[in-house]
Design a binder for this molecule. Structure first.
Ligand code: UDP
Ligand code: MG
Length: 334
């Protein structure tokens, strides 16, 4: 018999996705029902949607108890919504997934198989992003290359949030208190035994992409700033190099003035130098600001998200109850 209990939590952040939910459930449910599971829950985190998303979810939740809703008080962004869902998940394994079916739910079977083999994390990596726009592909690959150089945790390229995590990994994630969440980095930081499945990323099945360019840029900056300190340190190297160069230049000017007398022309070079160095200084202050802003945010210790309401969690047991519930549902002791 399988040594691991198998209550599965699926975590789905949704923001203005009224049109995507039915399609999503239609494809996900049969797959979950085919698996040999002790039970499963699908936790939708409504990330402050402005359309009828909540109403659609509530209709589903009334019909079946496998649907649970965490309704956030406003739009906190995908990373926070994901955290909220993972915090509420009671499963022995947790799988975050996008509602737009860009992460094929069919992979769940293979994820569970590898998990049963003993892997704590099963990553789904896209080896083909032809469905994404060219711009997104280029920027994403650039971002991963930069991160690989800069950071000491290895963030696996081409993976999204779609992955299976064992309960142990989820508990480790919860220990990470940081506010500026770059989930991919946080996931990589906690480590554990990891296996990777490759798949082709599909087109969005319904609705519009909700992650705007601005949000993705913000996320990239978050990723770099929260997982490397190179942008901070690089200024001492640049500063030292420039100081050394200026010293040489200064000696050159002094010697030249002594031997050839003062020469007044030189306006152009001065202007260029002043502009160049003011630019550098402003840039380095900006980098300091990025880190300072983050320190400020962390120090405030605000919660990552606020829950307005939850539904269908009445039958939920606390984390330590996951085992007990598993026994109750399957009659199998650990
Ligand atoms: N999402 C969210 N809050 C947001 C933006 C997006 O919960 O502020 C959800 C969205 O509903 C979807 C998932 O995050 O389930 C991925 O969003 P999207 O497809 O827009 O991102 P992309 O596929 O471009 O990364
Ligand atoms: Mg998408």
């Amino acid at each position: 018999m399988d040594p691991r209990p198998t209550f599965l939590s699926i975590v789905v952040p949704v923001y203005n996705e009224e049109g995507a939910i039915d399609l999503f459930l239609g494809r996900l449910r049969p797959i979950l029902q085919q698996q040999e599971l002790g039970g499963y829950e699908i936790i939708f985190v409504n990330d402050g949607s402005r359309d009828k998303t909540l109403a659609v979810l509530e209709a589903h939740a009334r019909q079946s108890s496998d649907i649970r809703i965490v309704d956030l008080s406003r739009n906190f962004g995908k990373e926070a919504a994901l955290t909220a869902g993972i915090d509420h998940a009671t499963g022995d394994a947790v799988i975050p997934i996008d509602v737009d079916l860009q992460d094929p739910p069919e992979l769940i079977a293979e994820m569970l198989a590898r998990w049963r083999e003993g892997y704590d994390v099963v990553l789904a990596a896209r080896n083909d992003r032809s469905s994404d726009t060219r711009f997104k592909r280029v920027t994403a690959s650039l971002f991963y290359r930069i991160m690989l150089r800069l950071s000491d945790v290895e963030i696996p390229a081409q993976t999204g949030d779609f992955r299976l995590m064992d309960r142990r990994v989820v508990e480790a994630l919860k220990l990470m208190p940081e506010r500026a969440r770059f989930m991919k980095g946080v996931f990589a930081w906690v480590g554990f035994r990891t296996s990777t499945i490759y798949f082709k990323r599909e087109k969005r099945q319904a609705g519009e992409a909700q992650q705007s360019l601005g949000k993705l840029v913000r996320l990239a900056v978050d990723g770099i700033v929260s997982f490397t300190s190179l942008p901070l340190r690089i200024w001492s190297v640049i500063g030292a190099a420039i100081a050394a160069f200026s010293l040489l230049y200064m000696m050159f000017i002094v010697v030249r003035t002594v031997f050839m007398g003062a020469d007044v022309p030189g306006y152009a070079s001065l202007a260029v130098l002043i502009l160049f160095f003011s630019g550098l200084i402003l840039l380095s202050i900006g980098v300091l600001g990025e880190y300072l802003a983050r320190i400020y945010i962390e120090v405030k210790q605000r919660p990552l998200y606020i829950v307005r309401d939850t539904q269908n969690f009445s039958n939920r047991m606390e984390i330590e109850g996951a085992e007990a519930r598993h026994k109750a549902e399957t009659g199998i002791a650990e």
